[in-house]
Design a protein around this ligand. Structure first.
Ligand SMILES: *Cc1c(COP(=O)(O)O)cnc(C)c1O
Length: 360
């Protein structure tokens, strides 16, 4: 088999090799049925078990209270940008914190359904930090407060989450779900496209409190109402069976590893290694404010753009793929999600040291 490159793409992203090996192993026969998961009925017993155990494992990993539903939806995190205001804004006012490209997209959709109050913004410094919680200009009776907990493109994350009081807090956790311990009960809703930290593309995880679910209106088209899939255990229509199956395997892998607490420790270690490399020299410059740095998406620059091009080219040749920063911001980005191995970060640091020696 060809040597696997180190996959630093932002998403779809690296998956645990054990998971893919198991999927290959089981591809022709799932749970002794003689059928592939790819051809299995979503009403059959094998899928039933996959669906319910994936939900339960996510509950266990994130300590999700019983008063919350776990939903597997389609349309990506991007559809959530629209579904959230469609269900919950409805002519009212919602607070959004504008921290980068993904919150911008969420804001754009919300404006179609009501008034958006930008409660805070980091646009003044090119989204390189998270506005302080004290500085937020919150609407007392907002329908909800929306934050993007980890901005995948800018490489910033909320170090702590705002306390929104009685106003429901909604978090886009697409690029960091299950990477650090969180208190789910602080949120009315959490959502995440699976393809960064939980599995392949095709399924979006939604975690929603019963209270929030009860606010869904009756006059929406069926699949855009959260209650539809909540009432049918995410099996109202044909779900993306294979994607959910892989998410289930990833969750089992994470559990076996010791859960979110264990992976958070590893993630911190990986990010520290890279940030220490970046901070140790003037050659590399981190783009995110120190206190708000993401441990998933590490963004940095090299003083000359030609050198960035060379870095990416030589990096690719050396087996590090996906290092190019998002086209909207340029620079370098290393996405080191849960499944990215520590030795990959160590190898990248060594590559960076050598590159600096040769080019500074
Ligand atoms: C990737 C990403 C999205 C968009 O996800 P899709 O599933 O492609 O719609 C939204 N928010 C964040 C934070 C992301 O990283």
């Amino acid at each position: 088999m060809t040597k696997r490159p180190y996959n630093l793409y932002a998403g779809p992203a690296i998956l645990p090799q054990e998971v893919m090996a198991q999927a290959r192993e089981e591809l022709m026969d799932i749970a002794g049925t003689g059928l592939s998961i790819l051809e299995s009925s979503h009403r059959g017993a094998a899928y039933d078990e996959i669906n319910s155990s994936a939900q339960q494992n996510l509950r266990d990993l994130l300590n999700i209270p019983d008063s919350y539903s776990v939903l597997f939806l389609q349309g990506g995190a991007s559809l959530q940008f629209g579904m959230i205001p469609m269900n919950f804004l409805r002519g009212g006012t919602a607070d959004y914190v504008y921290t980068g490209a993904w919150s911008k997209k969420a804001i754009k959709e919300a404006k179609l359904f009501g008034t958006v109050n930008i409660a805070g913004s980091s646009e003044d410094k090119n989204f390189s930090y998270i506005p302080s919680i004290d500085s937020l200009n919150l609407t007392p009776d907002a329908r909800y407060l929306h934050i993007c907990t980890n901005e995948t493109i800018g490489g910033v994350r909320w170090p702590v989450f705002p306390d929104s009081g009685d106003v429901p807090l909604i978090g886009d956790m697409s690029s960091e779900i299950c990477s650090r311990k969180i208190d789910v009960s602080k949120f009315a809703m959490i959502y995440a496209g699976a393809q960064k930290n939980l599995g392949p593309a095709g399924v979006t995880i939604v975690i929603m409190s019963d209270e929030m679910l009860s606010r869904c209106p009756d006059d929406l088209t069926t699949l855009l109402n959260y209650r539809t899939q909540a009432e049918k255990d995410s099996n109202y229509n044909t779900p993306p069976v294979f994607s959910i199956y892989i998410v289930g395997l990833v969750l089992k892998w994470l559990k076996k590893l010791g859960g979110v607490e264990a992976i958070e420790k590893i993630n911190n270690e990986k990010a520290d290694l890279l940030y220490r490399m970046i901070d140790s020299t003037d050659f590399y410059r981190g783009t995110a404010a120190l206190q708000d740095r993401s441990i998933m998406n590490i963004t940095f620059r090299i003083p000359k753009e030609e050198l960035e091009v060379l870095f990416i080219k030589e990096g690719t040749a050396a087996g590090f793929i996906g290092l190019k920063g998002h086209r909207s911001v340029g620079g370098i980005r290393a996405s080191i999600y849960n499944a990215f191995p520590l030795e990959g970060v160590q190898a990248l640091v060594e590559f960076m040291q050598n590159f600096e020696k040769e080019n500074s």
